[in-house]
Structure formats: C-alpha cells, structure tokens
Design a protein around this ligand. Structure first.
Ligand SMILES: Cc1ncc(COP(=O)(O)O)c(C=O)c1O
Length: 370
C-alpha cells in the first residue's frame, strides 16, 4: 500500500520520493487548492471541528444551509441535502423512494454502494448486463407487474465507461419507472455545466431521474449530496435515518465545499483542461496499442487479460516515479486494470513522461500489452 507523505496533488511524496500522480479522483485538481484550504481554515477558526450533533437536533448551521443553496444553484434544482459520504447516497435515496417501486434493476458492474444500499425488505432485485439497455428492457418485460427502479453508475469508477442513458432512459420512461444515476465520478466532470451524466445526454431536466453525488472527487472536498425537488429533499430530511441520525458534516468541509462550487462555476476552463488531458492520455494509449475504453471520462484504464501484466506495469510505472494503481476492487471486472486518471492539474510534461514510460514498457515487453 502506498503511504502518502503529502496531499493528493498531481505530484505526491511517499517514502521520501516524489512521484507524478495519475491516481485517485482529483479530476479538477482542487483537493489542494489554496482557496479551498483557506476556506477550510476559516470554517474551522469560526466554528471549530465539529457541530457535534445531527442535522435534526442542533447540528444544522448557517454554513450547511449556504452549501445546500450553492449546490442547488450549481445543479439547477430546487434544493440539495448534504450528508456524511457519497457512499450513503444510494441507500438514502433507495430508502425514501421505497413506496414508488417494487423491483430494482441494477447494472451488473454497479459500484458496491448500490447493492449495499438495497432496502432489506426488497426481494425483487435484478442485475442487467453491463450497460445493456436491451437486456434491461427484457428483464423489465419479464416482470411486467412490478414497478421498476433502475440504478446505474453514471461514469463507472474503474473503466470510465459512461452509462448509455440515451438508451436506458427511454426504457425507464416506457415502463413508468424511476432512474437513479450514481454520479460520483461525473459531478463537475460531464455536461455543459458539469452537472453530470443526465446533462451530458441532454436529460438534465427529464422527469423521474435522480442523481446521487459526492463532493469527494471533482469537487475536491468530502461528503455526499442529493440535489432534487423540494418534495424529495424534504422527504430525505424527514424520513432518512442515515441523514437524520448521523452527525452533520464538519465546518471545514462545508466551507471548503462552498468555495469549491463557486470556483467550479466561475472557472469552466478547469473542466475543459481536464477533458483535454483525458483525451490526450486516451489517444496516447490508443496510439501505443494499449487497450482502453472508448469514453471522454477522466478515468482511463489500461485493460489487461493477464493480471500479472497489469500488476507489473503498475510496479514498472512506480519504479519510474509514476503512480498508477493496479485496481481490483470495489467492482468485479473481467479484465485486470491499471487505473489511470486525468486531472486538470496535470501538465503537458507529466503526460509526455507517462506516455514515454509506457512506450518503454511496450518496447521492452511487446508481448505483455494485454
Ligand atoms: C460510483 C461511486 N459511488 C459512490 C462512491 C462513494 O463516494 P464517497 O467516496 O464520496 O463516499 C464512489 C467512490 O469511489 C463511487 O465510485
């Protein structure tokens, strides 16, 4: 395991060495941004480390309300609710929508927070083939009497594939269902305004689509949120035990996240830079002949059928002072993956160095590219 001796920037320190970092989810390079750090310090100075109560008792502060207002504005929704972590969002939403569906249809490669969030009283749970709207449709047809709720990642965490909502949503719509998109990796990344996968597919205002989102990736801070209609956010505040019975988000995170939303809104060039860097890296992999996915997302895997080759490439990169982990969790995948992520903070030189080292691997072991 890599032990960090620095923050998670585009360069990191570990065991006394500096590495160029293509790991993690710091897509917009905000995890160490001075303005966010300053906002966190100011929040701590004014409010301390913790409000030491749940939102419903005495843990709601003026800065929570301000953050929720900023998130609602960013997402173009009535309201937003923040809570302890993005992982919990699926559980919260599946719980408060429980009366509106009889069956859940989840993508086979959904992030572990999705199956983990399934209400315990639900017996009708089906997994459709990865990103396959036709398979989803045939499963729903076989269970016609049950009101469907479909749930999928927006951008898949390990492969960077984008769920085909243009095909999935019509199936949901034709069957009077609901759609939840876990947009942990797409918030601040996809869509004209960075509102995520529905916006990317021009479904930003489509009815019966919900998103679960996190502030721990592109936003650069920590904590989960759901932005939706007043009716839904009120339901969450009133009915969700996860929301109601856990301590509210710490002040430093709240003030930093508010600063981040402002920064993201005012600087769309950050998202453009991240997408350009992603495209350059992906094109470089394709040119070299490494196998990757076809996407614009900043998760750019190198896919191997041979697990040892994937693990060895990750070690080879580390020996050349580049961090790109061999990842085999939290989702089961057929292929072995070296998960490379692009950030707006990466320089052209860093990307050139990455591609040069990959070329060295290719020249040394042309038979070990897959
Ligand atoms: C698809 C997906 N959903 C949810 C989460 C959990 O988000 P958080 O780390 O903010 O709890 C992750 C984190 O990796 C994720 O990849």
């Amino acid at each position: 395991m890599l032990i960090l001796e620095s923050g998670a920037g585009n360069y990191i320190w570990s065991e006394g060495h500096q590495y160029s970092c293509f790991a993690g989810n710091n897509y917009l390079g905000l995890a160490n941004h001075p303005k966010l750090v300053e906002a966190a310090i100011e929040g701590t100075k004014k409010y301390g480390l913790n409000f030491s109560a749940s939102r419903q008792t005495t843990g709601t502060s003026e800065i929570h309300l301000e953050l929720e207002k900023q998130l609602a504005g960013f997402k173009h929704r009535d309201d937003a609710v923040v809570f302890a972590s993005g992982y919990l969002g699926n559980k919260i939403l599946l719980h408060i929508l429980r009366d509106e569906y009889d069956a859940i249809y989840a993508d086979q490669s959904a992030h572990s927070s999705i199956p983990d969030g399934i209400p315990s009283d639900l017996s009708a749970l089906y997994f459709y083939e990865h990103c396959n709207a036709a398979d989803l449709e045939s499963l729903i047809r076989k269970n016609k009497s049950k009101k469907p709720l479909v749930i999928t990642d927006g951008i898949f965490a390990l492969t960077g594939e984008i769920a085909p909502l243009d095909k999935i949503y019509p199936v949901v719509e034709n069957n009077n269902g609901l759609l939840i998109v876990d947009d942990a990796h797409a918030t601040g990344v996809l869509g004209k305004n960075g509102r995520g996968t529905p916006e990317y597919f021009d479904l930003g205002d489509a009815p019966r689509i919900f998103q679960t989102e996190t502030m721990s990736k592109a936003i650069g801070v920590y904590g989960g949120f759901i932005a939706s209609s007043n009716e839904i956010t009120q339901r969450i505040r009133e009915k969700s035990l996860v929301y109601g019975a856990s301590t509210s988000l710490p002040p430093s995170l709240v003030t930093a996240a508010t600063a981040s939303i402002k920064l993201i809104t005012e600087h769309p060039e950050l998202r453009e830079r991240m997408l350009l860097n992603s495209a350059r890296i992906r094109a470089g992999f394709n040119e070299l002949g490494f196998l990757t996915t076809n996407s614009c997302a900043p998760v750019i895997p190198i896919l191997f059928s041979n697990q040892q080759n994937a693990a060895d490439l990750s070690d080879f990169l580390k020996a050349h002072h580049i961090i790109a982990p061999f990842v085999n969790y939290p989702v089961k995948t057929v292929q072995s993956i070296v998960r490379i992520t692009a950030s707006a903070a990466h320089t052209d030189q860093q990307i050139d160095e990455l591609l040069t080292v990959l070329e060295q691997w290719k020249n040394s072991w042309p038979e070990r590219m897959q």
